[in-house]
Each structure stands twice: as C-alpha cells, then as structure tokens.
Design a binder for this molecule. Structure first.
Ligand SMILES: *[C@@H]1O[C@H](CO)[C@@H](O)[C@H](O)[C@H]1NC(C)=O
Ligand SMILES: *[C@@H]1O[C@H](CO)[C@@H](O)[C@H](O)[C@H]1NC(C)=O
Ligand SMILES: *[C@@H]1O[C@H](CO)[C@@H](O)[C@H](O)[C@H]1NC(C)=O
Length: 519
C-alpha cells in the first residue's frame, strides 16, 4: 500500500502552512499534528533506505457501523476507517494496542510512531487505530448536516469502539489471551479512559494523556492556567512575562474602547477593519489564541516556545527597545504568527467565521472544527472564557459571545447547554470517573490539566493512577523520545511503561488462573 508521497516534501519540515481559515488555536493544533507527521515521515524514510520497511506493514480497513447504535429502527450505516500494523505482533497471543482517534482524521503514523508504538515493539503487540465517527473519512456524505450531527457523540463513539473490538477479535481470531490496552490523547484520551470505564470486559487497561474527562461549560480555568504557565521559570517564563501579556491585552482593549479601531486593526495586520463588536471579539480571541497555542504546544516546534514568547514580551536582548510598550510587543507576536503561518493578514470577520462554520460540505476547510464545535455545544462546553479578573487576556471574550455559535449554527439554545454538560458528567463520572486501571498522564504546562485527573486516588493502589510531568505541555508523552526531550519527560515515559507492563503481566497471570479453572 502506498502511504507517503516522495521524499522532496521533507524540506517543508519547518514551514508551517496553516489552512486558510479557522480559529487560530485550531490551526496551531492542526499544524502541531502535521509537524509530528513530517518528523515521522523523515525518520521512516531514513529507515526505508535501509532494510526496514515499516510502511508496508500498515493496512487500511473499513468497518460498517450503525449510524445510531441506540435506535434499532434506524438501519442506516456508515463506513469507519481503521489502520492496522502487524509488524511487531507476536502471534497468536501478543497483546493488542488500540489507538483511539479524536476530533480529526487518523494517519498512518498513528500506528507507526509514538510511545505506544515503541511499547508495542517491546511487547509484540498488534497495533490498531480507529478513526472517530464524523471525522476524516469516517462519515456519510451529508454527515455534517445539522440533523445528522445528532449521531455525533462520545457515547456513539464508544459503541463504535466496542463493535470494532469484537470485529477485530473475530477477523484476527483473537482469544482471551490477547490483552487489549487503549491509548488516546486530549479528547481521545478521555475516550480511552471512558472506554475502560464503560466496557471493562473489552479493554484491560487504558492510558489517557492530557484527557479532559470533566465536561465544563465555562472553562475560564484554561485562560488562568495558560497565564500561570507563562510564569514557569524552567520553561522560560516569568512573572514579568505574564504581567507584560496582561498589560498588552489591556492596552489593546483600551485602544478599541477609545475608538482607535482602524489603528489597532492596522497594527495587528487584520484583513479588515472590525466593523462591529463581534469582529473586535474575534480579534481579541485571535490574539489570545496565539498565546494559548504557544503554551499548549510549548516545545513541539510549532510557532514558538514560551521562552521565545516571553523573550519578545519582555524584550530580552534588545537593549535599544527597552522602552517598547507591551502593546507593541504584542504587535510583534502577531507578526511572528503571521509570518510563521504564512498568513498575509488576520481574518477577524465574525460573519465569515459563522458562514464557514455553517458550511456542511465535506470539502470545507473548517469541517472538523464544525463537528468539534457541535460536540462542545451538545456535550462538553470547554469554552475558554476570560471573564475572571485574573484572566490575562481580554475580558471581551465571554461565555455569552463564545456560546452564540450554538444557536446560530446548530440551533442548540444557550439555555440548554448547562443541562448537556451536566448529563455528560453524570454519564461518565465527571472529576471522579470510576476507572480502575486507567493511567492519567498530564503536563504541568498544559492548561487542559485542569479538567483531567492529576492526583492518585489510591484505594488499593489501582483507582486512577497518574503521572504528572511538571514542565511539558499537551500530550508530550505520546510521541517517541527525541534527543531534545526533557529529563522529566523521559522519566514519565518510563513510568508509563512500568504501568502498561504491569497490566500485561497481571493479565497474563489472570489468564493462567482462568485456564486452570477451565481444564
Ligand atoms: C483460531 O484460534 C484457535 C485457538 O487458538 C485455533 O484452534 C483455530 O485453528 C484458529 N482458527 C483460525 C482460522 O486461524
Ligand atoms: C488613540 O489614538 C490617538 C491618536 O493616535 C492617541 O493619541 C491615543 O493615545 C489613542 N488612545 C489609546 C487608548 O490608545
Ligand atoms: C462550502 O465550502 C466549499 C468548499 O470550500 C465551497 O466550495 C462552497 O462554496 C461552500 N459553500 C458555501 C455555502 O459557502
């Protein structure tokens, strides 16, 4: 199977071409994933030149799933995409490592590289990745129509996983001796935890990296945590940096309030002068996104690091510009963002944004964002508001402005949101998910840690096990080790290994006992 285009694309390694439209935080996320893909390609191509040919081991498959698992009268189906890598599998008893897809397409590299793949190599595991329904190619042609999005939910996704588990067991002739372990990061990390919680008979253990298992409507804690991350000295932050960011956002707000709208828009390189308050909010959110994205993907090679951001915001190494105001430093950050992302200007038109999100074409560049925003309206909230006095960004970004998209794009009323979020937490357990043999891994720089499980709840040493990495960002543990990795990250991967390996030993011991009983 042909997987990757030829080698000349490798020179794109450091050129981040952001997609042409969308929220900045989303674009930064996509380019982080894109960059990982580039790194893996580069490494694999180097190997392919030798005698290893790992790419040839990846197979793509499809499974027909019910569009609605919970309505036997609805017989519609969709075709769900999955990937298999048998290169390391020790037949017939080796374990099965399942990588759970999240709010975007899965890629071959999900079964070719990453910490779970390294562990699969050590343990002779069969590697699988299942794409999430309604993302990537796992969608019906008119799936993005609002009435069909009713079938996009974490509950349906977990049912897909259960069916997939049985399907694979059958196709690969698996038995009780094949121990299943699930992996995921961010939203799919939460799915990994919930899969184990809801279907403990289908998966023996689960690793949940940077997993927001608690749904929350007003996620103001994100902004505050992002601000605190800017003060962590081991990653180049400082109190001075946070203060400069706060002053810069206050200055931009003041300039807008004073009616200097066209000057602000010219300074920050906006594509258009904000024509109303909605556009001004988009602008403030875009600027906050540059900082949030930098924090969330610190040291992933996207955009810049906290160290670099704080360098700009506190003017290090630029003696002659010591008097530069925080406002101008933020202007410089926006410039760095535009030049790194290859964007001529910041598109802050609220009207265009809403129009893009209403587009139900599968070719729309914001289709994954549309699907994900639907899930925030119907299940999770996660709105990164800034109304607290402690929020370092602009207070113009309120819960009211962020949730207007729900009625406007999906006809989900703002009043109904608290009920949806409460249901999600009731259904999955909120802050205290009943998840025995789930390992929660979080980074101290990652604002999403606020909604995850970061403290062991050791009743019998098994209830919610955790690994906390002081100085890394979102999902850092999931990639294979790199020479630039911090010591804490290396240590964390060792801890994760220890947990996974002990589960495999435990499963083998249990299976032996069961076998004896059967004889
Ligand atoms: C499936 O596995 C069982 C037990 O391991 C074995 O007896 C059987 O022959 C296998 N069937 C196929 C088709 O491989
Ligand atoms: C608005 O612009 C005027 C003229 O450039 C300037 O003097 C004033 O300081 C600006 N006000 C703010 C709050 O930026
Ligand atoms: C939706 O997006 C597609 C692909 O970008 C585009 O061709 C189409 O014109 C858009 N539809 C609307 C109604 O804007």
């Amino acid at each position: 199977m042909m997987v990757f285009p030829p080698a000349h694309c490798l020179i794109l390694l450091l050129l981040l071409n952001f997609v042409d439209a969308g929220r900045i935080l989303w674009k930064i996320k996509e380019s982080a994933r894109h960059l990982q893909l580039q790194r893996v390609k580069q490494r694999l191509l180097a190997q392919t030149a030798g005698y290893h040919r790992p790419l040839q081991h990846v197979k793509e498959g499809r499974i027909l799933q019910q569009l609605d698992h919970f309505n036997p009268q609805d017989l519609r189906t969709f075709s769900q995409r999955f990937l298999v890598n048998e290169a390391y599998w020790r037949r017939p008893d080796g374990p099965v490592f399942l990588f759970i897809g999240g709010e975007g397409p899965i890629f071959e590299f999900d079964v070719l590289a990453g910490h779970h793949v390294d562990m699969a190599e050590d343990h002779g595991a069969l590697l699988l990745a299942l794409e999430h329904r309604f993302y990537g190619d796992s969608i019906i042609p008119d799936g993005l129509k609002t009435e069909n999005l009713a079938h996009l939910s974490s509950q349906q996704a977990l049912a897909d996983l259960a069916v997939f588990r049985q399907f694979i067991s059958h196709s690969f002739n698996l038995s009780l001796t094949n121990t299943w372990i699930s992996f995921g990061g961010s939203y799919s990390g939460a799915l990994s935890s919930w899969f184990r919680g809801k279907f403990p008979h289908l998966v023996f253990g689960a690793v949940a990296s940077s997993a927001p298992v608690t749904a929350r409507l007003d996620f103001s804690a994100y902004s505050n945590a992002a601000g605190l991350s800017l003060t962590i000295e081991t990653v180049g932050g400082s109190e001075k940096c946070l203060a400069a960011v706060q002053r810069a956002f206050a200055a931009v707000e003041a300039a807008l309030m004073a009616g200097n709208v066209s000057k602000v828009s010219a300074d920050f390189g906006c594509c258009q002068v904000p024509k109303d308050l909605n556009d001004q909010v988009e602008l403030m959110q875009s600027l906050a996104d540059i900082v949030m994205g930098t924090v969330q993907y610190n040291e992933e090679g996207v955009l810049m690091t906290i160290n670099e951001l704080c360098g700009v915001m506190t003017n290090q190494g630029k003696g002659n510009e010591e008097t530069m105001e925080p406002y101008n430093r933020l202007v410089e950050l926006a410039q760095i963002y535009r030049s790194t992302g290859g964007e001529l200007c910041l598109d802050i038109s609220h009207e265009t944004s809403v129009k893009d999100l209403m587009n139900t074409s599968l070719l729309s560049s914001r289709r994954a964002e549309r699907a994900w925003i639907y899930q925030t309206c119907s299940e999770f909230g996660f709105y990164q508001t800034c109304e607290d006095a402690t929020c370092p960004f602009s207070g113009m970004v309120t819960l009211k402005t962020l949730t207007e998209v729900c009625p406007m794009v999906f006809s989900i009323s703002q009043h109904s949101l608290p009920g949806h979020i409460a249901f999600t937490n009731t259904y999955f357990g909120g802050e205290n998910p009943p998840t025995h043999r789930v390992l929660y891994v979080n980074g101290g720089v990652d604002p999403w840690r606020e909604l995850s499980v970061v403290r062991d709840r050791t009743e019998g040493g098994e209830e919610a096990q955790t690994v906390f990495i002081e100085d890394t960002a979102h999902c850092a543990d999931m990639s294979s080790s790199r020479v630039t990795d911090r010591w804490s990250l290396r240590k964390a991967r060792e801890e994760i290994k220890t947990h996974v390996y002990s589960w495999l030993r435990m499963a083998a011991a249990q299976e032996k006992v069961e076998n004896k009983k059967r004889l």
